[in-house]
Ligand binder design. Structure first.
Ligand code: PLP
Length: 437
């Protein structure tokens, strides 16, 4: 491993003042080992760490940086907004403009802005329970919806990485109404509704899961979920925090519901819509949304909700996310998937690359397509450690866990791709030689 003394120094200081030295667990590199890299700056597809080393970034702040880092027009919009003041605690114009843009692009009639994806899913579930007067919720194993107590049952992402089955601190009665099912399994969904149909407030799913690696829904699966919810008087919540405004201008709904003619009852958004600032949202059918305070009795609020800087950054990002940017992003992602697959095959590493639009991940040591969380956990995640560190040494910053999605941006160009292509052969060799620990 290349020494990174400045990162090491900062990490030692961080360890003294914060648990694990990080403010979100996966950043600690526990799944891959080694010292987390402290980044100093980003520009386009590139990050520079505190030791001055550059990396092609394939994390993209875990999804928000659709346009790459420090896009000049986003920065200019933010500069202008900051000069006007940073938070008023009153309504302001940028939040209306962002809400209009979200409503125009997606299936929702109206949106409530919040500050994180966690808040969005937590509030959507409260609203669904308030609307239906029912308590039970259905989720899928391996789907991560933020660290909402009731949803931290068999969640993917950092929870898998740390091997925590759920988490201490969530009372059993809080998850007692959470039904966890295998993803892509129609029979399991039918059985759950057959048994509990009249008690189920909502079913929540990632529109295309990216938190157990990328596991796309089987064709028609989301439409089936929408239908079975409607037939049972439950709400269908599509979590587009990761996919929203990333896989198409309308999120994943742009490739299924919009084409097939159905809409989720509620949708959650985050990541891209904040342009790198804390902004998220939940939205949906007007009759459901109108149950929210101050119109209706379901309470939900936030000091910084609709913050003018965050909403300005998000709006600037969405305005710049044109069909042309999505086209470029999709093509770059497809090329990258091809390069990774070729390099691994050349070294005899069994693998499958799975994608949902431009989001993708690699499953190590598997030969059949991964359809759910149980399949995902069969992979040889230990091969990824060796691969990850070889790529890191060669200047490519990958997600520090095999269970995370790789994020490409519209700024990833030929130079970025060639850095990755150069790094791949020796990283693939390292994965081939890796031994289970
Ligand atoms: N939902 C999904 C699908 C996510 O991927 C995430 C975060 O990764 C969340 C919700 C939670 O969002 P946040 O981290 O902003 O709270």
């Amino acid at each position: 491993m290349t020494p990174t003394p400045a990162s090491q120094k900062l990490f030692d200081r961080a360890l003294a003042v914060s648990p694990g030295g990080v403010n979100s667990p996966v950043r600690a590199f526990r799944a891959v080992g080694g010292t987390p890299i402290f980044m100093k700056s980003g520009s386009g597809a590139w990050l520079t760490d505190v030791d001055g080393k550059t990396y092609v970034d394939l994390v993209g702040s875990w999804g928000p940086m659709l346009l790459g880092h420090a896009h000049p027009e986003v920065l200019a919009a933010v500069d202008s907004a900051v000069a006007l003041g940073t938070s008023f605690g009153t309504p302001s114009e940028p939040e209306v403009l962002l809400a209009e843009e979200i409503v125009a692009r997606t299936s929702v009639d109206s949106v409530r802005l919040v500050s994180s994806g966690t808040e969005a899913t937590m509030s959507a579930i409260r609203l669904a329970r308030g609307f239906t007067g029912r308590d039970k919720i259905v989720k899928f194993a391996g789907c991560y919806h933020g660290h909402v107590d009731a949803l931290l049952a068999e969640a993917g992402s950092g929870v898998v990485t740390l091997g925590i089955p759920g988490t201490p601190g969530v009372p059993a009665h809080v998850t007692a109404d959470t039904i966890v099912l295998p993803f892509n399994d129609r029979a399991a969904v039918e059985a759950a509704f057959a048994e509990y149909g009249a008690e189920i407030a909502c079913l929540i799913t990632e529109a295309a899961p990216g938190n157990m690696g990328v596991v796309p829904p089987a064709p028609g699966f989301n439409a089936f979920l929408s239908e079975i919810c409607t037939a049972n008087g439950a709400l269908f919540i599509s979590d587009e925090v990761m996919t929203g405004f990333r896989v198409t201008s309308a999120g994943h709904w742009g490739v299924d519901g919009k084409v097939e003619g159905w809409s989720p009852d509620l949708v959650t958004f985050g990541k891209v819509m904040g342009g790198g600032f804390p902004a998220a949202a939940f939205g949906g059918r007007a009759d459901v949304m109108n149950l929210l305070a101050p119109v209706g009795p379901v309470y939900q609020a936030g000091t910084l909700s609709g913050n003018p800087i965050a909403t300005t950054a998000g709006l600037a990002t969405l305005k710049l996310a044109t069909p042309d940017s999505y086209g470029r992003l999709d093509a770059t992602s497809a090329e990258l998937q091809r390069l990774v697959g070729e390099a691994l095959t050349a070294e005899g590493v069994e693998h499958i690359v799975q994608n949902a639009g431009n989001m993708f991940s690699v499953f190590w040591g598997v030969t059949d397509r991964v359809a759910n969380f149980a399949d995902a956990q069969e992979q040889e995640a230990w091969r990824y450690k060796a691969f990850f560190h070889a790529m890191l040494d060669a200047g490519v910053y990958l997600p520090p866990s095999a269970f995370e999605c790789w994020f490409v941006s519209a700024a990833h160009d030929a130079e970025a791709l060639s850095r990755i292509a150069e790094a791949l052969p020796s990283a693939a060799r390292a994965a081939a030689r890796a031994e289970k620990d």
